[in-house]
Design a protein around this ligand. Structure first.
Ligand SMILES: [Ca+2]
Ligand SMILES: [Ca+2]
Length: 424
C-alpha cells in the first residue's frame, strides 16, 4: 500500500513538474496573461538586463521554455526573463517588437491593473484636444494629449485612448501617426516609445519610457503626444459625432507613482456653421483680405495653404495658384468655409506708388505704359474713394495712420495692380 502511495505521489510530482515548467509567452512581460502597454512599462523597467538565452529564439504566441534568470521585477515575484520576449538573452528594443507583434493576444483576462487614477483638482490631469475642423473623408485630425500640472522626473508612462464602442477604430483610420516633436516627454529623443491599436477593445495604447542609461528622468508640463488619424470616407455618415476618452494612465517617476485624472472629448465630424458669413476682397490675383460676420469672441483663420491667422480681417497672400478652402473657426466651436481660386499671375504692370511709407502724407503714382480707368482707395477693409485713372497723386495727410490700398482698375473692371502704402 505504501509503495502504491509513493508511486502515485511520484506520478503526481511528475505531472505537477511538467505543468510548472517555466514558460514565456513572448510579449506578456508581466506574465499576467495578456499583452498590452503595461508590458512595455515592465520591459523598460529592466531594460539592458541579461540572462540565459532560450533554446528557441522566437516571438510566436505560444509557450516557450526558459531557464529562470532568478531576478524579479521590483515589487513582484515574477522573473524578468519574461521581458526577454525574443529569447536572445538580452532585454532591449527588439523585445518591444514582440509586444507589438503579440498585442492584444491573451490567454486569460488579466486581473485589473492598479492604474494611477488621481484626484481631480489635486493631481495632474491628462487632457485631450483636437484641431477643430470638419472631419471629412481623407482629412487628418490631430488628437493631442497634454499634461495639465507639472510632472516631476517621470521615468515611464502609459495610457490608453479609447474610442466610442460603436466606432470601429479601423473605420476611423487605417493608419495613424504618433508625433512627439512638440512633446516635453521626449524632447531630447532619449526615450523609447510604444503604440499599438487594440481592435477588440477599440483603443490605442501608448507607452513612453526614459531608458536607464539612455537619458535622465524628465520633468515638465504640456504637450505629450499628437496622434494623427486620416479619417476614412464613410465615418461622417455613420458617426457624425464620436467620443474619445483617455483612461488607464500610469506614471512612474524616479521615486513614486503619480496619480493622474482623465479627460474625454467629443469629435464632431460635422460642426455647425452658426450662420457665419464669410466674404473676401481680392487686391490682386493672390493677395486677399477676408471678413466675417457676425462678430465672435475669438477666432482662427485657416487659409488652406498651411498658414493661419488670428487677425480680425487678415490680408493673406497665396504663393501658388490653385483652389483653397478658407476655414474660420470661432471660440464657440462654429465653423464656416469658403473656397477661393488663385489664378496664375498675369505679368505685373509697371506701376509704382511712392513714397512708402508716406512722409508728409502725399502719395504719387507712376503708371508707366499701363492703361488705368480709375484707382480705388481702400483702408481697413473699406472702399471709400475712387480716383480718376489719370490721377498722379493723392494726399493722405488728412487721414489717420495705417495701411491704405490703391487698386488700379483697367477698362474691363479688372484690378491690374494693388499696392499697399503705410500712412504715418
Ligand atoms: Ca501582460
Ligand atoms: Ca531579447
Amino acid at each position: 500500500m505504501k509503495k502504491i502511495i509513493q508511486l502515485l505521489l511520484s506520478i503526481l510530482f511528475i505531472i505537477f513538474s511538467a505543468s510548472c515548467q517555466a514558460q514565456v509567452y513572448p510579449g506578456d512581460v508581466n506574465n499576467n496573461g495578456s499583452v498590452d502597454n503595461m508590458d512595455f512599462i515592465y520591459l523598460c523597467s529592466v531594460f539592458g538586463e541579461t540572462g540565459p538565452a532560450r533554446d528557441d529564439i522566437d516571438c510566436g504566441w505560444e509557450p516557450h521554455d526558459y531557464t529562470p534568470w532568478n531576478k524579479t521585477f521590483k515589487n513582484s515575484y515574477k522573473d524578468i526573463a519574461h521581458a526577454d520576449c525574443n529569447g536572445d538573452g538580452i532585454i532591449n528594443e527588439d523585445d518591444v517588437g514582440a509586444i507589438n507583434l503579440n498585442s492584444p493576444f491573451e490567454n486569460s483576462p488579466p486581473p485589473p491593473f492598479p492604474y494611477s487614477e488621481g484626484i481631480a483638482g489635486v493631481d495632474p490631469s491628462f487632457d485631450l484636444s483636437y484641431t477643430s475642423r470638419r472631419v471629412e473623408g481623407g482629412t487628418e485630425i490631430e488628437l493631442s494629449v497634454a499634461s495639465n500640472g507639472h510632472i516631476e522626473k517621470y521615468k515611464r508612462m502609459a495610457f490608453t485612448l479609447e474610442f466610442d464602442s460603436d466606432v470601429d477604430i479601423n473605420t476611423i483610420s487605417d493608419n495613424y501617426d504618433i508625433d512627439y516633436s512638440e512633446s516635453w516627454v521626449n524632447s531630447d529623443g532619449l526615450g523609447l516609445e510604444y503604440a499599438q491599436t487594440n481592435e477588440s477593445n477599440n483603443n490605442l495604447q501608448i507607452g513612453i519610457a526614459r531608458i536607464n542609461g539612455w537619458g535622465p528622468a524628465k520633468s515638465g508640463e504640456g504637450k505629450i503626444v499628437k496622434i494623427k488619424f486620416i479619417i476614412i470616407d464613410n465615418v461622417i455618415e455613420l458617426m457624425p459625432v464620436f467620443n474619445v476618452k483617455i483612461k488607464d494612465a500610469y506614471i512612474k517617476t524616479k521615486t513614486q507613482r503619480v496619480g493622474v485624472t482623465y479627460d474625454e472629448i467629443e469629435i464632431n465630424a460635422n460642426p455647425p456653421d452658426c450662420g457665419i458669413i464669410l466674404s473676401c476682397y481680392f487686391f490682386n490675383s493672390s493677395m486677399i483680405q477676408f471678413f466675417f460676420s457676425p462678430d465672435a469672441d475669438s477666432w482662427t483663420w485657416d487659409f488652406g495653404d498651411g498658414q493661419t491667422s488670428n487677425e480680425l480681417e487678415p490680408i493673406h497672400t497665396f504663393n501658388n495658384p490653385g483652389t483653397y478652402t478658407i476655414t474660420l473657426t470661432t471660440s464657440d466651436g462654429c465653423l464656416q468655409y469658403m473656397g477661393v481660386i488663385i489664378e496664375p499671375e498675369t505679368p505685373d504692370p509697371e506701376i509704382t506708388v511712392y513714397p512708402n511709407p508716406t512722409t508728409d502724407g502725399m502719395v504719387y503714382f507712376d503708371i508707366g505704359n499701363a492703361t488705368v480707368s480709375y484707382i480705388q482707395v481702400w483702408t481697413q477693409g473699406v472702399h471709400f474713394l475712387n480716383l480718376d485713372g489719370a490721377a498722379n497723386h493723392f494726399d493722405l495727410s488728412g487721414y489717420i495712420s495705417g495701411y491704405y490700398y490703391f487698386n488700379f482698375i483697367d477698362h474691363n473692371g479688372t484690378t491690374i495692380k494693388s499696392v499697399s502704402v503705410y500712412n504715418y
